[in-house]
Design a protein around this ligand. Structure first.
Ligand SMILES: NC(=O)c1ccc[n+]([C@@H]2O[C@H](COP(=O)([O-])OP(=O)(O)OC[C@H]3O[C@@H](n4cnc5c(N)ncnc54)[C@H](O)[C@@H]3O)[C@@H](O)[C@H]2O)c1
Length: 272
């Protein structure tokens, strides 16, 4: 997909790797200038350098999305560097560590950490960046409105899963926060939508899917049996949905949660 994002400036949180990296690449390939805000300094710098070396315009800003003052500083640094910002992709997120347990055994620290990053992080970053978007985008109701926010939720925020209390709650929060932001910011000419990925292959999730022999593990096969397409998603497939939502042609889409899950949440795959 080719869209016209020349002159547009975007912030992608968690853009150093995984899905965020593919989102950054998609925006860069379509002419945008991109700032990566990520807690991982080494990976963030490396990604920004790689993009610059291949001719893209990319800035790395170190920051933790759960820290409100760091997000204010990150937004200010991006505007000081590029002069403006019009697009925000709230992608940074984490999930439960490997030991998955029911709610009555769930560690409070894990709950707090995941809520702080996955839900509060969307709030703190949006709160810091929106005033800058309001300063520069085309005004209210315009078909040319350039202000766009895309939040990365998850199918786990739409259809709850077992043993991931904090993650399902945080991602459901992101979905409803997205709708509320769309109501508040639509009149200002900023369109707010979410993408809800299903299982997506990243370096982090690859080990969950593939055994040493390169075949799907037993757990993965069971997981994949819920997906009509029978495979995990690619990061580029999630990025394509984000690219569409920030594209000029998506000018009347606001408050939508776009699932990109191979049909996982379309219904039951079992026969009855
Ligand atoms: N991979 C999947 O299967 C999947 C499925 C559904 C939703 N998601 C969501 O997609 C988003 C990206 O996931 P991913 O799989 O690419 O993860 P990832 O771990 O590969 O990458 C996440 C990035 O976010 C950064 N990050 C983590 N905590 C941060 C913080 N506090 N502040 C700033 N940056 C931080 C990391 O350094 C990393 O660069 C997340 O919101 C995740 O919940 C992923």
């Amino acid at each position: 997909m080719k869209v016209a994002l020349e002159e547009r400036v975007a912030i992608v949180t968690g853009g150093a790797q995984g899905i965020g990296r593919s989102i950054v690449d998609a925006l860069i390939d379509n002419g945008a200038q991109v700032a990566i805000v990520d807690i991982d300094k080494e990976a963030g710098k490396k990604t920004a350098e790689e993009i610059q070396q291949s001719g893209g315009t990319c800035l790395f800003v170190e920051g933790d999305v759960s820290n409100a003052s760091e997000m204010v500083s990150a937004a200010d640094q991006v505007v000081a560097h590029f002069g403006k910002v019009e697009i925000l992709v709230n992608n940074a997120g984490i999930n439960t560590r490997s030991d998955r347990v029911p709610i009555h055994q769930y560690a409070f620290e894990d709950w707090q950490r995941i809520l702080d990053i996955d839900l509060t992080g969307v709030f703190t970053t949006s709160r810091a960046v929106i005033p800058h978007i309001l300063e520069c985008h085309s005004k209210s109701g315009s078909e040319n409105a350039t202000g766009r926010i895309v939040n990365i939720s998850s199918i786990a925020g739409l259809v709850p899963l077992r043993l991931q209390s904090a993650y399902v709650a945080a991602k459901a929060g992101v979905a409803n926060l997205t709708r509320s932001m769309a109501l508040e910011l639509g009149p200002e000419g900023i369109l707010v939508n979410a993408v809800a990925p299903g299982s997506t292959l990243t370096r982090g999730t690859e080990a969950l899917f593939y055994g040493d022999d390169g075949a799907y593990t037993e757990n993965a096969a069971s997981l994949l049996s819920h997906i009509p397409l029978g495979r995990p998603g690619k990061t580029t497939e999630i990025a394509a949905a984000v690219l569409f939502l920030v594209s000029p042609d998506a000018s009347y889409i606001n408050g939508n949660i776009l699932t990109v899950d191979g049909g996982w949440t379309a219904g039951y795959t079992r026969d009855w």
